[in-house]
Design a protein around this ligand. Structure first.
Ligand code: ATP
Length: 319
């Protein structure tokens, strides 16, 4: 019988379970046996692989995290590790694989494809840092989690009449900050892709206070060069305004996925299995507008992103 493997790798993201469910159920309905590989590439090297059936993925569409667990694997980056991973797949007679993860995971998938495995990479990361796709699985949920927190912080920030810097995740990508900041009505959004003039920002804060603003919210992406603590000190020195820092951290990685993430994950999972019906597949799946598409993994990993400046313009007008 034809066999497909599925694994989740890198940082977990809400919607990974919905994606696993879609891969398992669509593969079974296409006549495959499906195998779940535990702990990403670490579990693949160790041969930590189990058969999944329709009921294995019951009751998971709403759950954050990943039932297959995930890992970052140094061993997989070595020749020996890669060979062991291939051996594990051969031993279980799996020659088609779905990898759900971020940029690093898709780079790993490319390595497996070069070794003759048919691979489809699905973008599973809250960071939205894969340029070839408009959206990654988990991003929408992370934005909504950050937005909820921004709303709560707005209440207390306004009661105390202070400035609050809210630090959100995203690694080197500012998308969570941009979307949550814009939706949350932040006065300032700081992202790594666009340089910020701190003097200008402080002047804007002072002008806002003179205009009657009771408080200000600054949403800062974690990848911005100046740290939140240093920024808070600098703002206080330059404006005399009390400035607090709130780091949202891992709450952004968990939680029940939004409808948008569940549907995106389900559509992408089904598309991956359709692609694997062909031989020698080396594809990454993405979404552009409302269309699910696929492209060569190599090409996907070399794409460039450029939406940040446009988004910052909206913020300049609205905030
Ligand atoms: P996130 O965006 O959530 O951090 P990610 O998939 O980018 O997810 P990484 O830690 O970068 O997370 O990558 C996951 C794993 O993929 C790594 O631990 C490693 O095993 C493998 N990997 C990363 N880069 C490469 C590479 N260039 N070649 C082979 N394998 C890689």
């Amino acid at each position: 019988m034809k066999r497909i493997g599925v694994l989740t790798s890198g940082g977990d993201s809400p919607g990974m379970n919905a994606c696993i469910r879609a891969v398992v159920r669509s593969a079974i309905s296409s006549g495959y046996e499906v195998y779940g590989i535990k702990r990403g590439y670490e579990g693949l090297i160790d041969g930590d692989i189990e058969k999944l059936v329709t009921s294995s993925v019951a009751d998971i569409i709403h759950r954050g995290g990943t039932i297959l667990q995930t890992a970052r694997s140094e061993r997989f980056m070595t020749e020996d590790g890669l060979n062991k991973a291939i051996e594990s797949l051969k031993k279980c007679e799996i020659d088609k694989l779905v990898v759900i993860g971020g940029d690093g995971s898709l780079r790993g998938a490319k390595k497996l494809a070069e070794m003759g495995i048919s691979v489809v990479g699905l973008p599973g990361t809250i960071d939205n840092d894969l340029a070839y796709t408009d959206m990654t699985i988990g991003f929408d949920t992370a934005v909504n989690t950050a937005l909820h927190a921004i709303g709560n912080i707005r209440d207390t920030s306004s009661s105390h009449g202070r400035i609050t810097i809210i630090e959100v995740m995203g690694r080197a990508c500012g998308d969570i900050a941009l979307y949550a900041g814009l939706a949350g009505g932040a006065e300032t959004i700081l992202v790594p892709e666009v340089d910020t003039d701190v003097d200008e920002m402080c002047q804007k804060l002072i002008t806002g206070m003179h205009r009657g603003k009771k408080h200000s919210l600054i949403v800062r992406a974690e990848g911005v060069k100046i740290s939140s603590e240093d920024l808070a000190k600098l703002i206080y020195e330059k404006t005399g305004l009390e400035t607090k820092v709130v780091v949202l951290g891992y709450i952004q990685r968990g939680g029940s996925p939004t409808a948008i993430d569940r549907i995106l994950a389900s559509r992408m999972g089904i598309h991956a299995v359709e692609l694997l019906n062909e031989e020698n597949v080396h594809k990454a799946v993405g979404i552009r507008g409302d269309d699910i598409f696929s492209m060569d993994i190599d090409e996907a990993l070399n794409a460039n992103k450029s939406n940040h400046v446009d988004f910052m313009k909206y913020c300049d007008i609205l905030c």
